[in-house]
Design a protein around this ligand. Sequence first.
Ligand code: WTA
Length: 631
Amino acid sequence: MNLKINSFEEYKEQYKRSVENPDRFWDEIGKTFQWQKPYDKVLDWNFTGPDVKWYLNGKLNITENAIDRHLEKRGNKLALIWEPNDPQERFVRWTYRELHGKVCEFANALKNQGVEKGDRVVIYMPMIPELTVAVLACARIGAVHSVVFAGFSARAIADRINDSKAKLVITADGQNRGAKQIPLKRVVNEALENTESVETVIVYDRLGWSPQMKEGRDIWWNDAIEGMEKECEAEQMDSEDMLFILYTSGSTGKPKGVVHTCGGYMVYAAYSFQNVFQPEESDVYWCTADVGWITGHSYIIYGPLISGATTMMFEGVPTYPDAGRFWQICDKHGVNQFYTAPTAIRALMGKGEDHVLSYSLDSLKVLGTVGEPINEEAWRWYYNLVGKERCPIVDTWWQTETGGIMLSGLGKHSPMKPAHAGLPLPGVQPVLLDNDGNEITENEKEGLLCMKFPWPGILRTTYGDHERCRNTYFAAFKNHYFTGDGAKRDKDGLYRVIGRVDDVINVSGHRFGTAEIEEAINANKNVVESAVVGYPHEVKGQGIYAYVVCDKMPEDEDDARSSIVGTVVDEIGKIAKPEKIQFVTGLPKTRSGKIMRRILRKIAEGEPDKLGDTSTLLDPDVVEDIVKNAK
Ligand code: WTA
């Protein structure tokens, strides 16, 4: 199955066709996949429901496309390479045939534990090859996987288990992160004190620890697969059956479960992977994301495997044992396409050029970035030093909700401009709207980034709450999907995504809602209320700045601060730690009680002279006080 566009001319031609006749365009692509029963209609949609269906009445199993289909010609080709945290430990290489056996075996183990089609399974695991096995085994039997990033706290896991009513949890005793070892099973145990739906926990032994195992509920991975067959018939799924839930933060309330379905997601993950990264048959492709995020789902597991590529997984961190680790791994495994996040690039930039210059990096062909806008300085460092001015950079803009890459260059076949994601992929129809919902048709203008037509990877709903899906993405502008991002379009039509226009903070490429962090801070016993904003952070992109009102001003501020950080770590996880906490006597509010975040943002950004209109404030003195004591 080769879906690759081979020149900029061909891109323009395909793009035109995809807009003029989307049905025909996506039908031609859809046909190249393996269906147990062909679909009878390509697309049915409206954005008012929303109600979007792709490849209607098609029957398939995504794992047959990701594994079985390759066995005949690529059975002995490497499907997966795994590089451990410790460079001295042996790496793992599995062929497609081996992967097939492992996925089937674990799929049988899940069935044996009573998991059925449609059941939800929460996966809370380190970046080890068994994580990929767990994900694909769920898909094999039609269970809905919900991977929870292994940095989230017990509370965050419990919330996700309760929202999805998961029946089974797959975890490990613990995980390696650089020089540290972090317990996972212990955190799961704590989470399960506050859940009712989970009947079984399967535990992979990564560290040889002896975590507490609950009789009748918990079972070791190796015991679960004992005696299981290495063949397992793939469950027949409808195109629109749920494939997975992935929780992500928005501007209001608790994280919501973004739902992706089988048919459209499969097609879009593979189509976008092949075109953006332009892999050749014998290439080794490496995405450094964690499978706990959408990037890991679409571009470590599904996109590459459906395309028959060799995908690499890395357990560790970019700076262990030193800041040359990424580049050492590229040389060691001959990586051809390398996909990472701007925050990682900026962190490594700070460690000096020598770490890069010690390696040849000759194998690299395409470099990618994702997760947040990449600043020009980081772009140049990546392009000049890592890519030696030979490798195109694909700056890929997309979201958990879009399932796959939406705006990006296609390998070397597209115009490239630092800090610009570029042109839409074929089938993607972005528009810029002004605040009133009017389309901005001129170039060199800025607006709200929306989509006016569906693509196969679009989210279908938010789990258990379709109204929330409608309100969040489809209610702001009639007949449009609203991304929550602001963007500019240059004179050539290239998009530059500037960042969120809603109350979402992007910390190191991870999304947090201000409301979610405030709720966590407010759970601290001394806190009365709080307001959280993002501020520019050299490495993380944005850092979290919290203004906190306590029942009385704390005598020991450091003490109070670490207590609040502790609460946030318990409520969400280490990744949501506020960088700065300022204790204040009150928050700037309008007469109707709304917090004026704009003012707080300006103060956090170090521009207290640009507060703008403060005349609607209930108590202007509060602001003066905050400015005086700003961090
Ligand atoms: C931001 C990650 C600029 C954006 C795949 C989006 C980007 C949010 C880029 C989605 C990029 C992602 N340039 N901004 N190349 N890629 N973003 O759901 O604000 O974790 O809305 O998906 O990240 O984050 P999410």
